[in-house]
Design a protein around this ligand. Structure first.
Ligand code: C2O
Ligand code: CU
Ligand code: CU
Length: 504
């Protein structure tokens, strides 16, 4: 079925049953037990019917399977800096196809950067100028987008920066921002969701003088652990069948992978362990929590350290958001079965095994950053209003769908403006949209007129926008160029919930 026809049928069905949604037979097909039926219907090609129910509210999402903990968590490799050998190019990043043994003895077709599945970690240092060679070994167009990096528009890797199959490009930029955990992923117009789903995503770490002097846990893979959370659906041949799993309102799977590991577990020492959490899923929200209810400290947001650690019992990350947290395993009762769980559905994400062995004596400093929101910023008038509305393939920003040839907003380089975001509910209530702006780290000024929570008082590049919520944000771009602003439910992005900001 062609997309156009699909959209037409969906629209007709929607129109026909818009007021008796509750009584349609398919209602709730996205909840737990009915999900199989839902998936099977997909395979029979009745996507248009499924479409009606794909509109997810918070509690309608299919649950994640518990991790059985039978596999040791994989830690992504660190990408080697080649500049010692070749002064020109620091890194080579290739998008490629491959096969991965996710399930024992079975090869699953996947995509990856410099490997079969997912990507390595890119280590950048504030102040460095880096040249990266980008190679597209896929059979389709792709781009290389640096999510959270404050780089000129032409280095940002948005949908304009297409690299054709078999071709390559070189991107060069200076790292001007502070220590943080960012990520990279493709951004080709209309197929970002499928490429990310199939495995294209990697992490970027920025270090600076401050991060190196803070004495935080920083032994990569030992007490400084990246955790990339993604949910997938595997078909009966254990393959990722995006077309079958796809949901116009955001593809949700019942199988969790962390760093590409199925049924992961992690062994830690009795010490403070830093976790860099990335919600790298297409659409699922996670609320991370210890099953024991013990608290942890959040030390960083998307774009840098918080001023002070914030003690939390749980933290919610919508797609593309990151947080760094520290769990002090020397203070926990290790007789308990410990696990990181998802409070959205109670599923076990990552069983944790704490050895009796003591570890490093690292610190959580009282003061980590000097993030401030000035009086001036607080008092700036709103100069941009951005309204997110719709569902499925009818998602819009200010009533419009993405058009590559249209600039939706302009802003002057280096000038701070206050943007007001609003998530306009529909007659079904609406859903959370995770909002992301390229090329900038911004400040959340208020949520529904209230001061943001302590752990959002730091640099952000993505945030959750609840139905009927208004969020004010102070945005400044350091560089010029055309940047994307979009919903990070990747299917919403591909369906056109994306605008362009030109910075001059
Ligand atoms: Cu994660 Cu448009 O980006
Ligand atoms: Cu981005
Ligand atoms: Cu959305």
């Amino acid at each position: 079925m062609t997309l156009g026809l699909l959209a037409l049928i969906t629209a007709l069905i929607l129109a026909a049953c818009s007021d008796d949604k509750e009584t349609t037979p398919n209602d709730g097909a996205n909840t737990g037990e009915e999900s199989h039926e839902n998936m099977d219907m997909h395979k029979e090609g009745s996507d248009s019917m499924e479409g009606m129910d794909g509109h997810m509210s918070h509690d309608e999402v299919v649950s994640l399977n518990d991790s059985t903990g039978e596999n040791e968590l994989k830690i992504p490799p660190v990408l080697e800096d080649e500049s010692a050998k070749d002064e020109e190019i620091a890194y080579t990043v290739r998008a490629q196809k491959g096969e991965t043994e996710i399930f024992d003895g079975i090869q699953t077709k996947t995509l990856g950067y410099n490997g079969a599945f997912l990507g390595p970690v890119l280590h950048l240092e504030k102040g460095d100028t880096v040249k990266i060679k980008l190679i597209n070994e896929l059979e389709e167009d792709t781009t290389f987008h640096w999510h959270g990096l404050e780089v000129p528009g032409d280095a940002d890797g948005g949908p304009h920066a297409t690299i054709k199959p078999g071709e390559e490009d070189i991107v060069e930029f200076k790292v001007t921002q502070e220590a943080s955990t960012l990520w990279f992923h493709p951004h080709p117009e209309g197929s970002t969701s499928e490429q990310v789903y199939n495995g294209l995503a990697g992490l970027i770490y920025i270090e600076d003088e401050n991060s190196k002097s803070l004495d935080l846990p920083n032994e990569y893979g030992q007490n400084d652990i990246p955790l990339v959370f993604q949910d997938k659906t595997f078909d009966d041949k254990h393959q990722l069948n995006y077309d079958a799993a796809m949901n116009e309102d955001g593809t949700i799977g019942e199988t969790l992978l962390i760093n590409g590991t199925l049924n992961p577990m992690l062994s830690v020492k009795k010490e403070k362990v830093r976790f860099r959490l990335l919600n790298g899923s297409n659409a699922r929200n996670f609320t991370f929590k210890l099953n024991t209810g013990d608290s942890f400290e959040q030390i960083a947001t998307d774009g840098g350290f918080l001023n002070e650690p914030v003690t939390l019992k749980e933290i919610t990350l919508t797609p593309s958001e990151r947080a760094e947290i520290i769990i002090d395993f020397s203070k926990l009762d290790i007789d308990d079965d410990l696990a990181l769980i998802n409070d959205e559905d109670g599923s076990i994400l990552l069983p944790l095994q704490v050895s009796e062995q003591g570890g490093e004596d690292s610190n959580i400093p009282e003061k980590m950053n000097d993030f401030t929101i000035t009086e001036e910023e607080m008092n700036l008038p709103v100069t941009k209003n951005v309204e997110f509305f719709g569902m499925m393939d009818k998602v819009t920003i200010n009533g419009k769908k993405f058009d590559k040839d249209r600039i939706d907003f302009t802003q002057e380089q280096g000038v701070t403006e206050v943007w007001e975001f609003y998530n306009k509910p529909d007659d079904m209530g609406g859903m959370i949209h995770p909002i992301h702006i390229h090329g900038t780290q911004f400040k959340i000024l208020s949520r529904n007129g209230e001061e943001p929570l302590e752990n959002e008082q730091g640099w952000k590049d993505s945030f959750s926008l609840e139905p009927d919520e208004t969020v004010k944000v102070a945005v400044q771009f350091k560089s010029k160029g055309v940047y994307m602003l979009h919903c990070h439910i990747l299917e919403h992005e591909d369906n056109g919930m994306m605008s362009q900001v030109k910075v001059e």
